[in-house]
Ligand binder design. Structure first.
Ligand code: WT7
Length: 650
């Protein structure tokens, strides 16, 4: 981060959307007054507030100390005994929800399965018994590298049941990435499948595992689920089939009472440089964060059919596909494959088919849907939807409006949810029955969450001034450390402002106190002494009717410090011409001002993204400045994009 920490904010969005009174009447939090009272009371007594919320979970033994905070290390609900798997399953059976659908699953080829809470409980117990058979015990680490099938959820909950720590690796990762993570986590067992389906082809998961095993030092056994039926090699003594392991096992396996601070999982995030960070989450606090935020932000009701499109390989999948919704006894929809297989309307078909009421996805997906055209959603009945969510990146006002109108039919509130793998659960988001939304703003922190926007000295910045987003008080679902690297934990998150959590995101508060996330601080541009958020220039450009998606980066400029370089993908059918380039430059000047006039516009077919859909701006910076790409590219989704970008420029 450069010496001057203030970020000049240049975008102003004036549209507002008040909650619908009918929605508010039945909402968990139904007015701004109620939200404010809750937030204030929580802030005055954080421990008391969270202790009260924690009563919504089932504890085997109540804690004696709600919070022990020796910055930067927190312990929540010490003395308490709890089990996440029990909270997601057993207690719902006791409450008579046996026959409620827990999981409605659809495979990419169109095969479907529905598991009730009873059935899910039985499968989890059986598999947990299978793990026990292999000697798995409390504290062991287990890697899960699977397609998005019910057994992925079953495996996670079976680990949690025994107190084994899961490390889920997204099925799109390479053998090297799997081996690195196996070795770092010292995982004993790896659970995989023969393959999974993606865009009509199979992903060779087991073959990848075979390669990863050549470099994995600690894995003893590999459990293989038969999913695609493709040919694979089973190594005798090491590999065993899921169905053989569980054959004849009973469907009863008591959940282990675990200390609240017992680890639940490690999840590796790639970070922009250096080796992946093992984000370390524990049981009681994490589960509370997941359950509480899922209920409030999505305003969950017993009849909801809830679909979070994230893969369980990401934190969004952990918290809002598995632990949050299942802890709330929600019916979840889970879909294995790509949104454009067999055609671009697959998601809308699924929503109509199952009557999805709450839909949670990412801006990168929303922009792809916009690019593919309105005819796809228009073909389907989306009237079951009552609430929409967004996560992962700032959502441009343009995409927000499209989501609101074309998917939400103008009637569904949108919750733009800001959080991180590290925070474990949503931190900033509108409570949909209470908060008037503004397109592009994540609005306000949730009750129990205390944040600030500060300069480099930790001083609160003024209205509409950009600064660092920080969290000033501990919260239950916060990461506890980086696995086996507490020093890096302290350096990465706590050294900037002692005792205060550094998010590495820029943000501003507007005159009404609304929070606008401005993207990662390393992405900020420095143009003639003005620090501009790349996200704001991108948001301006996507308002142009020809533009589908944009990534803005700085390139060295002798005069201005940095020039503005824009990588633009155009909507289907639009021709890339020099005239259009000039028009787009002028357009930015119109929307933002001469300060932000792009120095260059480059048209490209697609943008380099991480496998979770985030634009990799640092790679584009290298391209814009004519450098070799030096940084880590292991998280890149599609390598051919880089080659194309380079050849486009030559
Ligand atoms: C980073 C965290 C949170 C789960 C998925 C990503 C960006 C996330 C928003 C949002 C603006 C957002 C931030 C954050 N981000 N949500 N609603 N508005 N930016 O988890 O991979 O740990 O990434 O994603 O930059 O720091 P992650």
């Amino acid at each position: 981060m450069a010496n001057n920490s203030q970020i000049t904010s240049v975008l102003r969005e004036t549209r507002t959307f008040a909650p619908n009174p009918t929605f508010s009447r039945t909402a968990h939090v139904g007015s701004m007054d109620q939200y404010r009272r809750l937030w204030e009371s929580a802030k005055d007594d954080l421990a008391g507030f969270w202790a009260e919320q924690a009563k919504d979970l089932a504890w085997f033994k109540t804690w004696h100390t709600t919070l022990e905070w020796k910055a930067p290390h927190a312990k929540w609900f010490e003395g308490g005994l709890i089990n996440a798997s029990y909270n997601c399953l057993d207690r719902h059976l006791i409450a008579g929800q046996n026959n409620k659908a827990a999981l409605i699953w659809e495979g990419e080829p169109g095969d479907t399965r529905t598991l009730t809470y009873q059935m899910l409980h039985r499968e989890v117990c059986k598999f947990a018994n299978g793990l026990k058979r292999l000697g798995v015990a409390k504290g062991d680490t287990i890697t899960i590298y699977m397609p998005l099938v019910p057994e992925l959820v079953i495996a996670m909950l079976a680990c949690a049941r025994l107190g084994a720590v899961h490390s889920v690796i997204f099925g799109g990762f390479s053998p090297e990435a799997v081996a690195d993570r196996n070795n770092d986590s010292k995982s004993r067992i790896l659970i995989t499948a023969d393959g999974g389906w993606r865009r009509g082809k199979t992903v060779p998961l087991k073959a990848n595992v075979d390669l990863a095993m050549e470099k994995s030092l600690t894995i003893e056994k590999v459990i293989v689920l038969r999913r695609t039926g493709q040919d694979i090699v089973m190594k005798p003594g090491r590999d065993l089939w899921w169905h053989d392991l569980t054959a004849g096992l009973g469907g009863d396996c008591p959940a282990e009472p675990l200390d609240s601070e017992h680890p639940l999982f490690i999840l590796y995030t790639s970070g922009s440089t250096g080796k992946p960070k093992g984000i370390y989450h524990t049981t009681g606090g994490y589960l509370l964060g997941a359950q509480y935020t899922h209920k409030l932000v999505f305003d969950i009701k017993p009849d909801d059919v809830y679909w979070c499109t994230a893969d369980a390989g990401w934190i969004t999948g952990h918290t809002y596909l598995v632990y949050g919704p299942l802890a709330n006894a929600t019916t979840i929809v889970m879909y294995e494959g790509a949104p454009n297989h067999p055609s671009e309307d697959r998601f809308w078909e699924i929503i109509a088919k199952y009557g999805v009421t709450v839909f949670y996805t990412a801006p990168t997906a929303i922009r792809a849907f916009m690019k593919w055209g309105d005819q796809h959603p228009k073909r389907h009945d989306l009237s079951s939807l009552r609430l929409l969510g967004s996560v992962g990146e700032p959502i441009n006002p343009e995409a927000w409006m499209w989501y609101h109108e074309t998917i939400g039919g103008g009637r569904c509130p949108i919750v733009d949810t800001w959080w991180q793998t590290e925070t474990g659960a949503i931190m900033i988001a509108p409570l949909p029955g209470a908060v008037t939304t503004k397109p592009g703003s994540a609005t306000f922190p949730l009750p129990g969450i205390v944040i600030d926007i500060v300069d480099k000295d930790g001083k609160t910045v003024g209205t509409n001034e950009g600064g660092f987003l920080v969290v000033t008080k501990p919260w239950p679902s916060m990461l506890r450390t980086l696995y086996r690297d507490d020093e890096r934990y302290q350096k990465t998150y706590w050294d900037q402002h002692p005792g205060i959590y550094f998010t590495a995101d820029g943000a501003r508060r507007d005159e009404d106190g609304y929070i606008w996330i401005m993207g990662r601080v390393d992405d900020v541009l420095n143009v003639s002494g003005h620090r501009l958020s790349t996200m704001e220039v991108e948001s301006a450009l996507v308002q142009h009717k020809a533009v589908a998606e944009v990534a803005v980066v700085g390139k060295p400029d002798d005069l201005k410090g940095e020039g503005i370089s824009c990588f633009v993908t155009l909507k289907t059918g639009i021709e890339a011409t020099d005239v259009l380039k000039a028009e787009l430059r002028d357009f930015v000047v119109q929307v933002i001002g001469a300060l932000a006039r792009p120095d260059e516009i480059r048209f490209t077919e697609s943008l380099p993204k991480t496998r979770s859909g985030k634009i990799m701006r640092r790679l584009l910076r290298d391209i814009a400045s004519g450098h070799q790409i030096t940084g880590d590219t292991s998280t890149l989704e599609d390598y051919s994009i880089l080659a194309n970008l380079r050849s486009d420029q030559e």
